[in-house]
Structures are given as C-alpha cells and as structure tokens.
Design a protein around this ligand. Sequence first.
Ligand code: ZN
Length: 347
Amino acid sequence: MSTLLDSSVPDWLVTMPKVELHVHLEGTLNPATLLTLARRYDVDLGIGDEQPVDSLFKYGNFTEFIETFTMCSDCLRTAADLGQAVDAYAVDLSRQGVRYAELHFNPEPHLRRRSIAMADALEHMNAARERARLRDGLELRWIADGVRDAASGPVSADRTVDWKIDAGHDSGIVALGLGGNEVGNPAGTFARAFERARRAGFHVVAHAGEAAGPESIWEAIELLGAERIGHGIAAARDPALMTMLRERRIPLEICPTSNLRTGVIASDELLPLETFLKAGVRFSINSDDPPMFGTSLVSEYALVTSLLDLDRRQVATIVADTINQSFADDSTKARLLRELRDHTPFD
Ligand SMILES: [Zn+2]
C-alpha cells in the first residue's frame, strides 16, 4: 500500500471513518497474491519471469482492462480463495479508516468458468466478513453482479437473481449489480432479472456512462430501476439527465483513477466533479479495482480533495452523504454518521 505511506496524504484523511460503495472483490488482488495464485493454478499471466506483475496493470483501452480483470478472476479457483481475498482486502480497508464497504463480485462467471457455486463462495466470504467485524468492527456487504459481456449474456443476471433469492437477505447480499462492457451490451436485455431482484426486496445498481454515453445511464434508470449509477461520468454531457439525477437524488459512484487508467477520460482535470457539485448531483468516491489501478480509497479521496480544493469539513460532508447513499440498515447508518461526526463535524 505505497499510496497510504505517501506523506502528502494528511493523517486526518486516513483516520476519517470512511465508506466505500464501489469496489470489485476480484479486482482487489495485490500483485504478490496474484502471482502466488497464478503459480498455484498454472495460470499464464502472459508476462515473463523478469517482468513485475504490475506491468499487467496497463491498459490501452477499456476492453484491455476487461481482459485483464477476467484473467485476475481466473486466478481465483476455489471458494476459499474468495474468502481469503475478502480477508486481505478487509485488512487493507481497515488500515485506510474504512468502516463499511459494499463489495461487488461476479458469481455467474465463477461457476461457469471455475465451478465455484455462489452458496459455497458466500460461506467463505461470510466467514471472512465475520472475522473483519470481530477484528476491526468493519462492516461488509455484497453486491452480486450480472455481467453484460459474459458468454451467457442476460442469463448471467437471471441465475444470479435465482441464487440471491435462495441465499436470502441474511447472506450479506444487499443488491443486484450489472458490470462488464456497456458498449454493444445494452441494459434492456437485463430488465427481467432486475425486476425480479427488486420484487425480491434487493436494491439494484448498474455500471453506466463509464465507457458509453449518457443514453446508457438513462437506460439503467428507466429500464433497470438503478438506484445508484456506477461511474456515470457521461451524465455531465446531458443537462436533462443531470436534472433528473438531481430531482430523483440518484447518486453516481465516481472512481477517478479507474476512469483515467482505462482511458475513458484523458486527464483528471476532465473529471466532471465540479459540474456535479454545482448541479447538486450526489456522488461518492471509490477505488473500483485498487491494485489494478495503482490506487486506494485514501488516494482517491486525496486526489478529489486536491482537485476540488476541499477542506476537512467538506470531505466529511461527502462521506456523510455516501453513508446515506449506502444500502446499510438505518441503525448501521446512524452509527457510521455518529462515528464520522466524532472525528470531523459535517454540514
Ligand atoms: Zn466497477
């Protein structure tokens, strides 16, 4: 976690109780873990012995990023590997002052490509979740994703909903998500799965307006009922959409370094955060796939704090709104807000 040791990050930012709403379990493997797993399971990472593993984490475009993400996922071969990934990331989150996080994962490719059933995965992930709660008081929740570009297409989301309903609401799963490549994989084909998830009492979110334009965000909201939008930076190009997001209080999950590293924006100056702030569009700050983008949640906060020239109270105000955007139950939200206020007052 070299980013955490960066002396330019103020202590108050590290210790401020934070929450993270958009991070993928499969994208949290650090280079050392990835190398260990790849050797254990004989996965060809496509790099020579002399090359450092993080040389994998350079992408010419969004499609190349998805290919690398799939390769990292292929290094997780058992339910126990998923549990260990949760253990490792929970330690990392706690060191960054994170008190609550919602982690995405992709159950359908885990079964189709690697024969890991979601029920088995959840058993190991929930054991790790309990360890994190007991050790650090860190609360974790799961968002099970359908995948837009999975070989099985919309069936990936349908199956994910079946498994969620079987697992029930005590499984730690709070929502259905939709990941993968938006381009060429429109949201509409997943509408039935999203409706079933909503009827079963799960929240729903979707990646949209990341590599595709504002129309993808409209579809995620109108066809899927998405309550939060993953990324959503393309919204800044559509005034009518901005008005709708503000009026319906639909938040965007912003992942700044991810957008830079996958090439969907050319420079951090082009992140439309100021536009969102001025327009009253809610957002959270997130790390997405931290080692794959050479980042951490603290680094993302440090970047946004400097880009927007925020003071400590303004950062706490963003964290407080993020707590309210989360799918935590009311008593957990109240506890997180209390803890935050004890650290730094907010508006
Ligand atoms: Zn994501």
